[in-house]
Design a protein around this ligand. Sequence first.
Ligand SMILES: Nc1ncnc2c1ncn2[C@@H]1O[C@H](COP(=O)(O)OP(=O)(O)OP(=O)(O)O)[C@@H](O)[C@H]1O
Ligand SMILES: [Mg+2]
Length: 321
Amino acid sequence: MENIIEIQGVKKYYKIAKREKGTFMALATLFNRKYETKKAVDDISFSIKPGEIVGFIGPNGAGKSTTVKMLSGILYPDAGTIKINGFIPYKQRKQYVKNIGVVFGQKSQLNWDLPLIESFELMKYIYRIPQKQYEENLDLFIQLLDMEDFINQPVRQLSLGQRMRGDIVASLLHSPQIVFLDEPTIGLDVVAKERIREFVRYMNQIRHTTIIFTTHDMQDIEKVCDRLIMIDKGKKVYDGSIQEIKNKYANFKSIELLLEDGSKELKTFDVSVTPMSAVMEQLFSEKKIKDITICESEIEDIIRDIYEGRVVLAQPEAERN
Ligand SMILES: Nc1ncnc2c1ncn2[C@@H]1O[C@H](COP(=O)(O)OP(=O)(O)OP(=O)(O)O)[C@@H](O)[C@H]1O
Ligand SMILES: [Mg+2]
């Protein structure tokens, strides 16, 4: 199958004005500005097939939002090529946006003074959504996201979770084929997160929408995404399935020990190096143990270890497609 998203060698460098210390120097820099270059995205490539749902993760400042902005045509790349659905986003933005939906969880795109429903009406007008399609989508989305109670309230009065659902609906009313969700679950409670996850899964499974999902919540990834792309410091460090990462670390087991004196200890080891029986034997001979719990490494633990540099992933595998 053809790729719907193809990005190759994409870079985005920001120029940041250097600040000098002291009032005089601050004034002087006004006339003679010095710039630093921040490599926000530094040579990223990947491709995505229609109907894929990809988790896009990485630590704060890794370059995720910058990438999403380039994918949605808000920013132009400094190098490399982006081709999505046959378009070059930043060059053919007007036609291109008809096929995409974008949500920035950290920044609402809704009008604060308008009741939510009027923002939706505005979208209908902007995107020239046929009345029938608009009504069908609106009814379905309101039902799936349980929004009946607050669609007539102005956006400024909405809670974060309500506002987020509003943003998601606004960006999907025109039935885009491709959706970029940049932290759509940020700051939401567990119930609200689950509702959004289900909705995203629905859009992917029933409508076959291609989705890129940025989040810091590994539950989002595990429950929603098939594939994971991880970036760090502007570079891609992993591209593959969640299962692959899990398999790779499947041999890492943690044992929580409760000792006779009531204290607890956590030991992590690789069972492919030291068999479980040997570990047990050693622990029981060395310590007075009251209870033990054996824990599998959760995806959260693995990802944290990668972010904090305790585990180094192999170089990104050769391009998948
Ligand atoms: N407009 C800008 N001007 C200058 N530097 C910027 C700008 N936007 C982002 N940056 C810098 O680029 C880097 C990448 O930022 P980006 O917002 O893409 O990260 P992110 O992966 O989305 O992080 P987070 O998880 O915190 O949202 C950061 O170091 C950030 O400070
Ligand atoms: Mg971001």
